[in-house]
Design a protein around this ligand. Structure first.
Ligand code: AMP
Ligand code: ZN
Length: 667
């Protein structure tokens, strides 16, 4: 029986590793995403019920879930140097001459690569398994962020082929433009401000404490340099090919150049073509190909003599600022946008630029009718980087931030500590009301297919729905008179709405669109509060006990329920039979071994993630609590447990277990 399960688990792992490789490295998937997810889910299930078959390289660990409070500092075995920069072909020629002088009469080849604009990382592989991931830090020592890097799909957890027993590989972690836009769209949804650029967002994401959140950021990795004692090749180029065969995602755009002219052609080609890439590069890196020659040339105190970066200048255009307009999102957040006289920039005509918030406008010292410089970074919509003050109108008027909502005329508010303004008229400001409804029916929320945003807008304008609860009062007869509405589609909508009464509590909570409560936070709240009434009665202090819930979210939850309109809407939803409490069947207990006992996990866990551990406690009848107190029965301490362990020891009545002892309890 258990042998059979072990085999199933191993087969699924092998299969999923192969599919990951096909997808991320070869870019040739052989199964659908859906099938992949099904297999992954099946594996996760087996692993959850059989923790004895834990494996640190399992594809399921990519989903993240472990929480790291601070990242240990690690000494780099090989220093991570930076690169010398050049900005024109004269600099390249100088470098080339130094290389030739250094090597005497030898022939020299180069590898030209894109300079990915992200954050660098060093990965260690031991016996083909990812064992450590460290940031560059100051080049001598960096932060160990293995748990977070594990969640990045294009980083292989396990290699295949004839890889060396131990080596390091370096590369860049970055965000594609699509991934970056997606993050910002999600942030706007939850009422947070947009991030400014992909590079900082990538490096910031690597330092998040919750690896599940890192996973959601959708980071990419490209690996470009192998380091180790005995590398199985004589040239950098060969190593790149080998690394790819072992399962690494290496750049598709590296080129072996026979001479420096080919390098120049490469640089010229990408000067314009870089704008077609789905990620940012800030230049080209040129490397001497032969490893022995690299060694001969050696290093300066700061950088290798065998490599050189060529930096592109960011493309800038100058144009007139015509006006500033304001967009209002579902949570009322206002985003200013600059309307520009159309201008050609990096191959596209630009008419708008994002201004982010009032502080940015102040910092730019923007005046009406200014000539502004626009630059294209990672965002699809470019940004204003400065003002040409030499040609400013005499007696210019500073751009004054809107005082009233452009959609409903209500006076705007700016909360202390927040950069964004918002419109407080949540019940009658059209983009907010309609936006909330669109969010309510969306796939991850109530998933009412067929009810599209156009229909919602029509319903709102016709006065048929004022809050999301009104959807449940709709009749087919009310829908039929709407534009382009047929009998069949009206019926589908009514059925879809009816079916949404079964959507589980955690998704209803997300669907309500409480400011700052995204999918993850909704899940965590639903895990800690069994019904909407419990949540409504929770104090801010109780709310911030929940993992991932800070003061800002806690206050937002409290404000939501304190609002009479919301309270009435919730009551209406309740009458309509929407799930406002956890269904008990969703957490069928496996045993009652831990019945009535309380648990808390601390430190770095290695046998399971924190989420998995907490799920096990619940499945066996126990309860998770979030702080060390007299009410705590067991503290399960992983590696490097800190203050919680100390406090538990002081209390004296708390039993302290290691991970294995915990597993023994439930077996
Ligand atoms: P700099 O930070 O300007 O000294 O440039 C060095 C950095 O460029 C390295 O630390 C890497 O993070 C980054 N980089 C991006 N792409 C490459 C590449 N193909 N080869 C080497 N370094 C790269
Ligand atoms: Zn408004």
């Amino acid at each position: 029986m258990s042998e059979n399960i072990r085999r199933q688990i191993e087969d699924l792992r092998t299969e999923l590793h192969q599919h990951n490789y096909n997808y991320y490295t070869l870019d040739r998937p052989t199964i659908s995403d859906f099938e992949f997810d099904e297999k992954l889910r099946r594996l996760a299930e087996l692993e959850a019920t059989h923790p004895e078959f834990y494996d640190a390289t399992s594809p399921t660990l990519r989903v993240g879930g472990g929480v790291t409070k601070n990242f240990p500092t690690v000494e780099h075995e090989y220093r991570m140097f930076s690169l010398d920069n050049s900005y024109n072909f004269d600099d390249i020629d100088d470098w080339y001459n130094r290389v030739v002088r250094g090597l005497g009469t030898e022939e020299v080849e180069f590898v030209a690569e894109l300079k990915f604009d992200g954050t660098s990382i060093s990965l260690k592989y031991t016996d083909g398994k990812l064992t450590e991931a460290v940031t560059r830090g100051d080049g001598f020592r960096g932060d160990e962020i293995t748990a977070n890097v594990r969640t990045i799909s294009s980083v292989p957890l396990k290699l295949h082929g004839d890889y060396p027993a131990e080596f390091f590989i370096r590369g860049e972690i970055y965000l594609t433009h699509i991934a970056f836009e997606k993050i910002n769209a999600a942030r706007a949804e939850e009422g947070y401000e947009a991030f400014m650029n992909p590079r900082n967002t990538a490096s910031g994401s690597l330092k998040l404490q919750d690896s599940a959140e890192v996973r959601r950021r959708g980071l990419s990795a490209v690996l470009y340099q192998l380091i180790g004692k005995e590398l199985p090749a004589e040239s950098h180029w060969e190593l790149l090919q080998k690394a790819r065969n072992w399962g690494f995602h290496t750049s598709d755009f590296a080129k072996l150049c026979k001479n420096i002219d080919e390098v120049r052609a490469f640089i010229e080609h990408w000067e314009t073509s870089r704008h077609d890439l789905d990620f940012d590069i800030d230049g080209i890196v040129i490397k001497v190909n032969n490893l022995r020659q690299q060694q001969l040339l050696g290093y300066t105190s700061k950088s290798p003599r065998w490599a050189m970066a060529y930096k592109y200048k960011a493309e800038t255009a100058e144009t007139d600022l015509l006006s500033v307009s304001y967009q209002v999102g579902r949570t009322g957040t206002v985003t200013p946008v600059a309307n520009l006289a159309p201008v050609l920039l990096a191959g596209t005509v630009v008419k708008r630029a994002s201004l982010h918030n009032a502080d940015i406008i102040l910092k730019l010292d923007l005046h009406e009718g200014d000539r502004v410089y626009v630059e294209k970074g990672g965002e699809i919509i470019p940004k204003i980087t400065g003002v040409n003050t030499a040609v400013r109108n005499p007696d210019p008027k500073p751009v004054a931030y809107a005082t009233h909502c452009p959609e409903c005329g209500t006076e705007l508010i700016r909360n202390e500590g927040e950069a964004a303004h918002f419109c407080p008229n949540e019940w009658h400001c059209p983009p907010q009301v309609v936006g909330k409804m669109i969010h309510f029916v969306s796939r991850k929320a109530m998933n009412i297919a067929n009810l599209g945003s156009e229909t919602i807008e029509q319903l709102y304008r016709a006065g048929l729905v004022k809050t999301v609860a009104d959807f449940y009062h709709l009749t087919k007869e009310q829908l039929l008179p709407l534009e382009r509405m047929a009998e069949r589609s009206a019926l589908n909508i009514i059925n879809g709405i009816d079916k949404s009464r079964e959507v589980p509590f955690e998704r209803v909570l997300y669907a309500l669109g409480i400011r700052h409560v995204g999918e993850t936070v909704a899940k965590k709240l639903a895990k800690n509060f069994s019904s909407i009434d419990e949540l409504k009665n929770a104090s801010v202090d109780e709310l911030i006990q929940v993992e991932d819930v800070g003061l800002r979210i806690a206050e937002s939850v409290r404000d939501f329920f304190a609002n009479e309109g919301n309270a009435a809407m919730v009551e209406d939803l309740r009458k309509q039979g929407v799930q406002l409490q956890r269904s008990e069947q969703s957490q069928e207990p496996m045993s009652d071994t831990l019945g009535g006992k309380t648990f808390l996990f601390t430190g770095k866990l290695s046998l399971f993630t924190r989420d998995e551990a907490e799920a096990l406690v619940e499945q066996h009848g126990g309860r998770n609590i979030s702080a060390v107190s007299k009410n705590l029965n067991y503290l399960v301490a992983g590696e490097k447990a800190g203050s919680k362990l100390k406090k538990a020891k002081e209390i004296g009545t708390v039993q302290i277990l290691d991970e294995q002892q915990f597993l023994d309890m439930i077996q």
